[in-house]
Design a protein. Sequence first.
Length: 250
Amino acid sequence: MDLELTGKVALVTGSSSGIGFAIAQQLALEGCHVVLNGRNPERLQAAQTQIVGSSSVLADVRDPDACQALVQRVLEQHGRLDVLVCNVGSGASVPPGKETPAEWHRVLELNLYSTTQAVWAATDALVASRGNVICISSICGIEALGCPLAYAAAKAAVESFVRNSARSLGKHGVRINSIAPGNILFEGSVWERKLKEDSDAVQAMLQREVALARLGSTKDVAQLTAYLASPLGGFITGATYVVDGGQLRS
């Protein structure tokens, strides 16, 4: 199926590894000019060498000034921005009830502000191209699953941000959606570590909690991202899509 993305310019934040890298790969396969982003120069360069025709910009999107500079660099390189994928985030935090003000700030900065600031910085460019945004969230933002409290709150805020931004952005022809992944396995992920520590416990959890009884792959998220970024998803905005194998079934 042709997703009609050939020639589009896509910026994927947090794309040197994991889900972000898979999204960048998928968009490149669909014909996008992909701009990778990350904070580690060695990992970012290694990722770029694996995606033919891609470019990369080193930037910390937790910093609003860095977000503006990142978007400006994309515009200087490509002259436009059609797709913004906000993927920066991490579920690593302290157990529920152990949060300090500093930990709240750190987690919100990484998992919420990195998204809102990137969208803010890119809005004018996206209005000019009538482009779209895909924010990577988590099922932890939808249901109480025992996730770190600050992380769950941050992801719930991302999903609210998407819903409440849809109307104002839609007036300018810009779409915004989010994807809430469940348990996704990739190199360096928490699920890779848990499988090594106790594979039987992981399998038991999957049988008990997940309708499809397996972990997801980064490709599961990447393919949906590409669809939402494409004209085929042109009547979809303000929505959160759950990609969790049926863990949330309400």
